[in-house]
Design a protein around this ligand. Structure first.
Ligand code: ADP
Ligand code: MG
Length: 261
């Protein structure tokens, strides 16, 4: 059974059909890319997966749980991690404190479940600190642990945000354009880093990325979306050679060129 599965996801914004019968399946530990021109519905699909948008039809499953109607925090507890376009960090806290706080908020939302299991809070605290250490090392952020967000570059903050998501131990991580707005040097480091994250932590990654060389080099499998429909799926080579995928980009480019006058 796949780790993450959707069946027949459909979502309209008024008269616009943004997602039309979308089926995707991602295996545990797999890195899968989602490509498609601007407005294809990529971010909308991620918002449906993470629970920010409720689909008009269809289902979302993670492992043996159906999450279609679950709230975002319930999905996070079930193992769905994501980063956001707008970074949400506490400005008065250090990087290290931000990572620890994220885990406490995560634990607090499961307070009832935690109480029923009668955990040792001290042990939880130690585990949280160990996880923060492991993630700071993996993402190579140790030298920034005592810095506050205001002292860091935008690119470094994106890596801190990734670290926050990973410290919550996701089974799958949804990344919507992680390379946008970061320096070329950092973007080049991102591909190998995502592979390492998967290899060390074992989490699957579902990736939207405008930087096509990055997306194609890191993904083991790719879905192509156009006008809310999956038009191709396969290896990066298969999908980039697909006529429908090529024409979806060419068609959009021509229309954009016309729109731009
Ligand atoms: P992508 O991420 O592939 O560029 P989006 O998922 O952001 O595309 O958008 C898909 C389509 O849905 C676009 O036509 C976009 O304008 C529209 N859309 C996205 N979010 C909303 C919203 N909240 N309300 C209305 N239309 C939206
Ligand atoms: Mg988008």
């Amino acid at each position: 059974m796949s780790l993450l599965r959707t069946e027949g996801i459909r979502l309209s914004f008024g008269g616009l059909l943004a997602l039309d019968d979308v089926d995707v399946a991602i295996e545990a530990g797999e890195i899968v890319g989602l490509l498609g021109p601007n407005g294809a519905g990529k971010s909308t699909l991620f918002n449906v997966l993470s629970g920010l948008l409720r689909p008009d039809a269809g289902r979302v499953h993670l492992g043996d749980q159906e999450l279609t109607r679950a709230l975002p925090y319930e999905r996070a507890l079930a193992g769905m991690g994501r980063t956001f376009q707008h970074i949400k960090l506490f400005p008065s806290m250090t990087v290290e404190e931000n990572l620890l706080t994220a885990q406490h908020r995560h634990l607090d939302s499961s307070a009832l479940a935690a109480m029923l299991r009668l955990p040792s809070w001290k042990r939880d605290e130690e585990e949280a600190r160990d996880r923060v250490e492991a993630v700071l090392e993996l993402i190579d952020l140790e030298r920034y642990r005592r810095h506050r967000p205001g002292e860091l570059s935008y690119g470094t903050l994106r890596f801190v945000e990734l670290a926050v998501a990973l410290s919550l131990q996701p089974r799958i991580l949804l990344l919507d354009e992680p390379a946008s707005g970061i320096a070329q040097r950092e973007a080049e480091a991102l591909g190998p880093l995502l592979r390492e994250v998967r290899d060390v932590l074992g989490c699957a990654i579902f990736l939207i990325e405008h930087d096509m060389p990055l997306l194609l080099s890191v993904s083991e499998r790719v879905y192509a979306l156009d006008f809310g429909r999956i038009i191709a799926a396969g290896t990066p080579d298969e999908v980039t050679a697909d006529d429908r995928v090529l024409s979806s980009y060419l068609g959009r480019t021509r229309r954009d060129a016309v729109a731009a006058g």
